[in-house]
Design a protein around this ligand. Structure first.
Ligand SMILES: Cc1cc2nc3c(=O)[nH]c(=O)nc-3n(C[C@H](O)[C@H](O)[C@H](O)COP(=O)(O)OP(=O)(O)OC[C@H]3O[C@@H](n4cnc5c(N)ncnc54)[C@H](O)[C@@H]3O)c2cc1C
Length: 481
């Protein structure tokens, strides 16, 4: 029997259910990746993400080659390409791991129908999450809207099922290889229409495993504090690996739990809070699967002021936000980190999102789109879920009246201004007690710090207190503090 394994967001050999099943059932296995031309053309995601994906594919191709197997690739409309190669290569079965984005579900349904018409069987597997949406439901069988309730059920399910991980298939050897014309080398970013970028986070399965090992040996045990400090390497920085599946969530949970039995400086609360973040990831995946309308609209209508009307003022504010020139150092550092590296620290993502929506009164969808185009870990479920959380429109979102104060957040989470100085070099010589609000410096202080406000570094584009009061008043929102 001849099987094609269609790789998508699962670019690894370890714990790969579709690949394992193909190796167990088929005498011949052809690994395939399809560059989705319409998706590439739409530029929904940007260069950082595209470069990372290409790096992961290079690594996957090398791992397969070391076992005597060639990664085949195609570029085009995925339905046409998969059906075409299944026919041309005389495949009996096509294997893939499921994807929960509405567009992907639709695509997969069409491929499956067309393959059935030519007599090719499809076998699909759970992979991208530990538990799929239908596996974690409320007592009445409904999709869950509260994270805390979801989390409790997720853990009950974990205890009951004790999910395990799969090794690299033992049978994945040259004996399974099919003699086909060798594919050309994988395309470069420029071939795909994207800028080549130097990746700040290295791609590939081996790197993901190394990063996970390093994280569970140390930083995970101080995660509760470390995760909030943008100047510190306190979180795992594995999100692009989860996005492209160079690491499975199951393997990550197991590694975290196993770390509790190692070493002396072990912290159970920190480890469980980190696993909770993986549960948040699954929570948003199940929200997307159960309520696909969130891609196009708010999950719930909330009392909130209408976003600022289109026009030059809105464009000016939006541009300043995108470029990191708002005059609020923590917002600017975050946006510049995003523009320079394709990544932004989670705490700062929340601050810049709150600032865009509530201080600038710009629609959250504009922020969501910009993040998708810039983030190396751009993921529809996580991005949409978090933007809706910040906009207070999401399933389990922050209260509408809650507005992050950029000054207080900056002082609390980057007390020495290290993160600010790294990404906003104009502020390098500003003393620590003034760096969070440089607009309060006197002319003398500005001269000493070689940073003239309004010339070397922008004046604040809004008055935070006034913007906050306006937002609350326009939205008729109750202030509780
Ligand atoms: C406005 C906004 C937009 C975001 N967009 C994305 C996105 O497009 N892609 C993305 O992966 N994450 C997104 N996040 C969530 C979060 O910022 C990143 O997952 C996290 O910063 C990645 O860093 P890490 O790998 O070090 O995470 P860790 O703190 O080490 O957490 C481990 C893993 O848990 C998951 N995770 C952590 N926090 C969240 C969260 N709030 N929501 C969902 N999953 C989470 C990630 O897969 C992460 O790698 C967004 C957050 C905000 C506030």
């Amino acid at each position: 029997m001849r099987g094609i394994v269609w790789f998508r967001r699962d670019l690894r050999l370890n714990d790969q259910p579709a690949l394992t099943a193909a190796c167990e059932s088929c005498s011949e296995v052809i690994p395939l990746f399809v560059f989705d031309e319409p998706l590439l053309q739409s530029h929904v995601f940007g260069s950082a993400c595209a470069n990372f994906m290409l790096g992961c594919l290079e690594d996957l191709a090398a791992s397969l080659a070391s076992r005597g197997i060639t990664l085949q690739w195609r570029r085009g409309e995925p339905v046409e390409e998969v059906v075409h190669v299944a026919r041309a290569w005389k495949a009996d079965v096509v294997y893939w791991n499921r994807d929960y984005e509405p567009a992907a579900i639709e695509r997969d349904r069409t491929v499956q129908q067309q393959l059935a018409q030519i007599g090719v069987v499809v076998r699909t597997f759970k992979d991208h999450v530990v538990f799929e949406a239908e596996e974690v439901r409320s007592a009445t069988g409904e999709p869950m809207q509260r994270y805390s309730a979801y989390r409790a059920r997720w853990w009950m399910k974990w205890q009951a099922m004790q999910p395990t991980t799969l090794p690299v298939p033992r049978l994945l050897t040259a004996e399974k290889a099919v003699s086909l014309p060798a594919p050309p080398p994988l395309p470069s970013a420029s071939d795909l229409g994207y800028e080549p970028v130097t990746l700040w986070i290295e791609p590939g399965e081996r790197i993901a495993q190394k990063r996970l090992r390093r994280f569970v040996e140390g930083p995970i045990h101080t995660y509760i504090t470390g995760r909030n400090l943008p100047a510190v390497d306190g979180s795992s920085i594995l999100s692009p690996h989860f996005r492209f599946g160079t690491l499975s969530a199951r393997a990550a949970v197991h590694a975290a739990l196993a770390s509790l039995a190692q070493g002396r400086r072990v912290s159970r609360p920190d480890v469980f809070i980190w696993i909770d973040e993986l549960v948040w990831r699954e929570f948003f995946q199940q929200v997307l699967a159960a309520f696909p309308r969130v891609v196009d609209e708010p999950f719930r209508q909330v009392l909130a002021p209408a976003p600022r009307a289109p026009g030059t003022e809105r464009d000016r504010l939006y541009q300043a936000w995108r470029e990191g020139k708002t005059g609020f150092p923590i917002v600017d550092a975050g946006m510049r980190q995003l523009n320079q590296t394709g990544w932004m620290h989670n705490r700062v993502r929340m601050i810049v999102a709150s600032f865009l929506i509530k201080d600038l009164r710009i629609d959250w969808q504009s922020g969501e789109r910009y993040f998708m185009q810039r983030l190396i870990d751009a993921d529809v479920a996580a991005n949409n879920g978090n933007w809706q959380w910040c906009a207070s429109t999401g399933t389990d979102a922050m209260q509408g009246y809650r507005i992050f104060n950029p000054l207080l957040q900056s002082k609390k989470f980057d007390p020495k201004g290290e993160y600010l100085r790294k990404y906003v070099p104009e502020l390098a010589a500003v003393p620590t007690d003034q760096i969070h609000a440089p607009y309060l410096m006197t002319h003398e202080d500005q001269a000493l710090a070689k940073c003239r406000i309004g010339i070397d570094y922008p004046s604040p584009i809004v008055d935070h207190r006034q913007a906050r009061d306006e937002y609350l008043a326009l939205g008729k929102l109750q202030r509780t503090r």
